[in-house]
Design a protein around this ligand. Structure first.
Ligand code: NAP
Ligand code: ZN
Length: 347
C-alpha cells in the first residue's frame, strides 16, 4: 500500500480538506501514475454534494487525471515508466458484456467502475484524482500524445471525451449546424471540437458576457438565451444541439430549435428531471437523447484528434488550497473554462 496526499470531501456539506489516502499495491496489470494535474468537473460537485445520491465519505473527487507512469506491473504491455498518460471517469468494467466488447465500456451492463465513489473489485471505494498518485488497470489508462501539455490535456479526459463522443456519433461535420448550450468546461471543449470537425457552431449561453471568448474558441455565432428573440430567430435551425448545462432548463424550448430529424443530446446531468412537451418532438421528427463520456478506444481517438488539431482546454491552474473557491465559482458559472489543480501543491 502507498499512502498519498489527497484533497477529500468529508461530507456533503463541508468544504474539501487535505488528507491522506491509501493506494493499492501495483498488481500485474496495474500502472502507478504520478498525477501532475487534475481537472475539476461539475460532476465532482454534483457527486460530493449528494445531488446524484448518497456517497461514502471521505471522498476524493477528480476524473480528469494527467500524469506520468512511475511503476508498472509485471504483465503490463501498454504503458511503460516515463509515459505521459491520462485517466478519465472510469477505472474498470466487466470486459465481457456486449457493450464492453464493442468498446463502449462506459455503458457496461454490469456498471462501469467510476474513478471515484464507486465500489472497486476488492470492495474498497475508489478515490479520484485530487491526489498525488493513483494505481489504475492499464486498460483504463490512455496515452497523452506529445504536443498536448499535461495541464491542458487533463480536462480532455472528461470534458473532451464527453463532447467528442456525441459530436462524433451524431455526425458533426461540414454542412452541419451544431449548437452548444452552456459555455463552461464541457461547452468550451464542444465548441473547439465541433469547429475542428468542420461544423457551423453556435453557442447558446445565458448572456453575451463570454461572446468574445466563444468566437475565439471557434464558434461562428453566439446568442443569449435570456433574450426571448433568440428562440424565435433560431426556430428550426440546428441539426444537432449538445446541452451541457448542469441545471434543469426548459428542454422543450430548445427542441424547437432543431430542424427536421434534428437531435438534442443531453450531456448535462442535473439532479432534477427534464420534462418534455412531446409535441416539440413530434412536430419535426426530432430526437431527445443522452450520452455518457466515451469508451477507452474513443478516448484515445479523441486525444489523437486534439493533438492533430492543436486542441487543449482553456484552463486556470490552481493550488489545491483553492479547490473550494473554484467550486463556488463553477456554481456561479464563473469558470473560464476549466480549473485544473496543480497536484504538486498537495505535497
Ligand atoms: P460547468 O463548467 O459548470 O458548465 C456548465 C455551464 O452551464 C455553465 O458554465 C453555464 O454556461 C451553464 N449553466 C449553468 N447553470 C445554468 C442555468 N441555471 N441555466 C442555464 N445555463 C446554466 O459544468 P461542466 O463541468 O461543463 O459540466 C456540465 C454538466 O455536464 C454537469 O451537469 C456535469 O455533471 C455533466 N457531465 C456529464 C457527463 C456525461 O458523461 N454525460 C460528463 C461530464 C459532466 P453559460 O454561462 O454559458 O450559460
Ligand atoms: Zn467529468
Amino acid at each position: 500500500m502507498l499512502t498519498v496526499n489527497a484533497y477529500a470531501s468529508p461530507s456533503a456539506t463541508e468544504p474539501l480538506a487535505l488528507t491522506t489516502i491509501e493506494r493499492r499495491d501495483v498488481g500485474p496489470h496495474d500502472v502507478l501514475i504520478e498525477i501532475k494535474f487534475a481537472g475539476i468537473c461539475h460532476s465532482d460537485i454534483h457527486t460530493v454534494r449528494g445531488d446524484w445520491g448518497p456517497q461514502t465519505y471521505p471522498l476524493v473527487p477528480g476524473h480528469e487525471i494527467a500524469g506520468i507512469v512511475t511503476e508498472i506491473g509485471s504483465a503490463v504491455t501498454k504503458h511503460t515508466v516515463g509515459d505521459r498518460v491520462g485517466v478519465g471517469c472510469m477505472v474498470n468494467s466487466c470486459g465481457e458484456c456486449v457493450n464492453c466488447q464493442a468498446g463502449e465500456e462506459q455503458y457496461c451492463l454490469a456498471g462501469n467502475t467510476g474513478t471515484y465513489g464507486a465500489v472497486d473489485r476488492d470492495g474498497t471505494i475508489t478515490q479520484g484524482g485530487y491526489s498525488t498518485h493513483v494505481v489504475v488497470a492499464e486498460d483504463f489508462v490512455v496515452t497523452i500524445p506529445e504536443g498536448i501539455e499535461l495541464d491542458v490535456a487533463a480536462p480532455l479526459l472528461c470534458a473532451g471525451i464527453t463532447t467528442y463522443s456525441p459530436l462524433n456519433h451524431w455526425g458533426a461535420g461540414p454542412g452541419k449546424k451544431v449548437a452548444i448550450v452552456g459555455l463552461g468546461g464541457l461547452g468550451h471543449m464542444a465548441v473547439k471540437i465541433a469547429h475542428a470537425m468542420g461544423a457551423d457552431v453556435t453557442v447558446l449561453s445565458q448572456s453575451l458576457k463570454k461572446q468574445e471568448d466563444g468566437l475565439r474558441l471557434g464558434a461562428d455565432h453566439y446568442y443569449a438565451t435570456s433574450d426571448e428573440n433568440t428562440f424565435t430567430e433560431l426556430a428550426g435551425t440546428f441539426d444537432l444541439i449538445i446541452n451541457t448545462v448542469s441545471a434543469a432548463i426548459d428542454i422543450s424550448a430548445y427542441l424547437q430549435l432543431l430542424s427536421l430529424d434534428g437531435a438534442l443530446v443531453n450531456v448535462g446531468a442535473p439532479a432534477e428531471p427534464l420534462p418534455v412537451n412531446v409535441f416539440s418532438l413530434i412536430m419535426g421528427r426530432r430526437s431527445f437523447a443522452g450520452s455518457a463520456i466515451g469508451g477507452i478506444r474513443e478516448t484515445q481517438e479523441m486525444l489523437n484528434f486534439c493533438a492533430e488539431h492543436g486542441l487543449g482546454a482553456e484552463i486556470e491552474v490552481i493550488p489545491a488550497a483553492k479547490i473550494n473557491d473554484a467550486y463556488e465559482r463553477i456554481l456561479a458559472s464563473d469558470v473560464r473554462y476549466r480549473f485544473v489543480i496543480d497536484t504538486a501543491t498537495l505535497n
